[in-house]
Write a protein that binds this ligand. Structure first.
Ligand code: FUC
Length: 787
């Protein structure tokens, strides 16, 4: 790592002080800040209340809020299942087992894909612009920031000695975005507000202070748009005047102005679009505008902090924190800014709270934030890694409630996926392939090399099961069990014996693929039978169903059937280069792309725990070999996955070196959004998960303290991470050594702590806190606490 002159940051900071004419100081260590307005969307700052989001540009002459509402997708309820698929299935299988992969792919492409071939995109709602009168006077003290501790974005600057300020937040309580404009002298606020959208919509003013955009969503791929939507803006001024034009509101000479922005669609659920966006937005605005700004802000902050303030992370602080966030990202790899990793971790927590709240939609490929009608990969749910990754930090980072939209989506997919199981496979249970959308489509899409993968639903069930493991919440288990059972039932009905495999452990998925990686035995397709990832996911799904049915005391017969089938799954194999095989045949070294972004076969190491350095050391060594072959650098999410994997291998320095790449301009935009590129939010969440895995792991019955602490973070502390079994954990460390740990038992399970080679166990009653200093010869202390 190159070392910088000691005064490097002082010099850099002084450049900024000079350029902006004032000293830039961060108020809170949890603030992203910039000394200029956003020139691009990936410089703008995101806010959101789980449903209603905006990207804030912060221009002096023009404020721009790009708006999103999480149910504004193209299309309407539709059935993509292909009634020709089932008849082609036996032949597709025969071709795969005969090694005629490309012929199988051709047949699958002709007969077995969804109609339409692609799903519906998530779309932007449009934009709100505030145009301010310009004059030649210079702008001074410009600052644009996002305080992660309050979820408020602020823009401030001075012109002609008048200090202007804009505060903006999206309230989960009042369901509106609030924009407050103030100045430190009376009568200074003048602007014209207008709206624009690429949607089929009109904008008009309604009464003196209200502007409404009403529209319908787009058609896509032959599916008719079935949603109505409305965005409604009301303006409240103190002093000055407001004038409503045809489609604009003009404010002149006000002391302060508050704008309320509401938006809604007619979406009620994936088969009901009968909502009334006009009534909803009217009600929301009427209620919010009766409250004072202080009341709205206080309610918003209190609700947000209930979640956000559960975790504190301190990895060390340096003067780099005084620099604008984009400059810090450019210099993270210089090694003098450990707090930026903590900020990145907390930014991901902020994003998850802002884009995935109970009652709403799950985080898409772009969370909640998308400015396009045709976004990359439709900004939907790619469930062969990306959606699962979005929720990796949900429990470790103590945001358990935020999984609710994902849980709900999986329960809905268990309905739509039952039809796909029947029509495409003649099977019971339910199945989902590699994508889904607002309408919960589950059939194979995009083309055989991506879509012919029946494991998306099964993998999502693993996310839900993990949430159960963290919370020990039996009511939740009862809720998700039918979806788990249905996912397993599908495979009981569709697994086939591979005629090429010796012995009785020969059950495989077919046709399938190892996500998006070409089968080296084919000319040009990924189609195969029994890729390692499928078998790993099934080992988990079946084991989880067995345990869940035992815990709930149900389905004895089914349980036995699942156990018998599990025992017959084809085994994991170590190949001739010592690698974990990605396919049933030892073909890894012949792969067309040795550095492929997907590391699907390493699912067993992370997010699963069936490969474990302590329990299955040979498989762990093989997984490590595979990881070395794949290399460290990939797309944003794929880089983030590698951090988690190296953390599970207990190599903190390796994990950290990959984090340095993830947190560089190559993979992180100035606003800290992850760069696939383009922007994809999974890397933010996967990166945060990786940081948590470096500090705390809890798979396979042990809470492992600092299992992969890198040298770059010699001294630090963390409060409030979650561990499986229902524990909340705090730790402090100094010079690379644990000095204290507190584990609070929220569920009353036994507590097994491990620090290096030292283990300590305790029967932990619910409501007790266990304290230890990490030393082999000291005892744990117990405290009864109220929490
Ligand atoms: C998968 C990945 C791509 C991208 C897309 C949304 O198909 O292979 O890299 O992330 O999802």
């Amino acid at each position: 790592m190159p070392t910088l002159p000691r005064n490097f940051f002082a010099v850099l900071a002084s450049v900024f002080i000079f350029q902006s004419g004032h000293a830039v100081e961060t108020d809170s260590p949890l603030t992203l800040f910039y000394t200029n307005a956003a020139a691009k969307w990936t410089e703008a700052l995101p806010i959101g209340n789980g449903r209603l989001g905006a990207m804030i540009f912060g221009g002096v002459a023009r404020e721009h809020l790009q708006l999103n509402e999480s149910t504004l997708w193209a299309g309407g309820p539709y059935d993509p299942n292909n009634t020709n698929a089932l008849a082609a299935l036996p032949q597709a299988r025969a071709l795969v087992f005969a090694g005629k992969y490309d012929d199988a792919a051709k047949l699958i492409g002709d007969k077995m894909m969804a109609t339409p071939l692609r799903e519906m995109p998530y779309e932007t709602m449009g934009d709100l612009f505030l145009d301010f009168p310009t004059n030649a006077a210079p702008v001074e003290n410009y600052r644009r920031d996002l305080d992660l501790d309050t979820a408020v974005a602020t823009v401030s600057y001075a012109v002609n000695g008048v200090h202007f300020k804009r505060e903006i937040f999206s309230s989960p309580v009042d369901q509106v975005i609030v924009v407050r404009l103030t100045a430190d002298k009376p009568g200074q606020i003048s602007f014209t507000a207008g709206m624009a959208t690429p949607q089929d919509a009109t904008v008009k003013t309604e009464a003196a202070n209200t502007m409404v955009m009403s529209g319908v969503n787009g058609d896509a791929r032959g599916i008719k748009g079935a949603l109505k939507f409305q965005a409604r803006v009301r303006l409240q001024n103190v002093g000055g005047t407001v004038l409503a034009n045809v489609d604009k509101l003009t404010v002149n000479g006000a002391d302060s102005v508050t704008l309320f922005i509401a938006a809604a669609t007619s979406y009620k659920n994936y088969h009901d679009v009968s909502g009334n966006p006009e009534a909803i937005t009217k009600k929301q605005i009427a209620a919010a505008s009766k409250k004072t700004f202080a009341e709205l802000l206080a309610a918003h902050v209190a609700e947000y902090q209930k979640l956000f303030r559960r975790v504190e992370l301190n990895l060390g602080e340096t003067d780099s924190m005084k620099l604008p966030t984009d400059v810090r990202i450019a210099h993270f790899a210089d090694g003098n800014d450990p707090q930026l990793a903590a900020l990145y971790f907390q930014f991901a927590r902020y994003l998850l709270i802002c884009c995935s709240r109970p009652g709403g939609q799950p985080a898409t490929l772009q969370g909640l934030w998308n400015d396009s009608m045709t976004p990359p990969w439709d900004s939907k749910y790619t469930i062969n890694i990306n959606t699962e990754m979005n929720y990796w930090p949900v429990d470790t980072a103590n945001l358990g409630e935020c999984i609710e939209p994902l849980t709900q989506m999986v329960l809905e997919m268990a309905d739509t996926g039952a039809r796909t199981a029947k029509i495409h496979y003649g099977a019971g249970g339910w199945v989902a392939h590699h994508n889904t959308d607002l309408w919960r489509a589950t059939a194979p899409v995009d083309g055989p090399p991506y879509g012919m993968w029946p494991m998306g639903g099964a993998w999502l069930c693993q996310n839900l099961w993990e949430h159960y493991l963290f919370t020990d919440d039996k009511t939740y288990l009862k809720k998700i069990y039918p979806a788990m059972k249905g996912a397993a039932q599908f495979f009981l009905d569709t697994l086939v014996a591979d005629p090429n495999l010796p012995g009785s452990a020969n059950l495989v998925t077919c046709p399938s693929l190892s996500p998006e990686n070409k089968n080296p035995a084919s000319k040009n397709t990924s189609i195969t039978a029994g890729p390692t990832m499928d078998l790993e996911i099934l080992r988990d799904l079946f084991a989880n169903c067995i345990r869940a049915s035992e815990i709930l005391g149900v389905d004895e017969k089914f349980r036995a059937q699942v156990a018998a089938t599990r025992a017959k799954l084809a085994p994991l194999q170590i190949g001739s280069s010592g690698q974990l095989q990605e396919w049933l045949q030892d073909l890894d070294l012949q792969a067309k792309d040795l550095h492929h972004r997907h590391v699907s076969h390493l699912y067993g190491l992370y997010p699963s725990a069936q490969i474990d350095v302590n329990i299955t050391p040979e498989l762990a060594a093989a997984a490590k070999k595979s990881l070395e072959i794949r290399g460290d650098q990939a797309t944003g999410w794929a880089t983030a996955w590698r951090i988690n994997l190296w953390a599970r291998l207990h190599d903190g320095d390796h994990a950290f070196s990959i984090l340095e790449f993830l947190l560089s301009p190559a993979r992180t935009y100035p606003d800290m959004f992850d760069a696939h590129p383009p922007f994809q939010i999974d890397g933010n969440f996967g990166g945060a998960s990786g940081i948590a895995e470096m500090l705390l792991q809890s798979q396979n019955g042990e809470i492992q303290l600092l299992p992969a602490l890198p040298k770059a973070w010699p001294t630090g502390s963390v409060r409030g991470l979650r561990a499986r079994g229902g524990f909340e954990v705090d730790m402090a460390w100094q010079n690379g050594k644990l000095i204290s740990v507190a584990a609070r038992s929220l569920a009353g399970n036994p507590c097994h702590l491990r620090y290096g080679q030292t283990t300590k166990s305790f029967k932990a009653k619910k409501g007790r806190e266990i304290l230890w200093d990490g030393k082999a010869d000291s005892k744990m202390k117990l405290m009864d606490r109220v929490f």
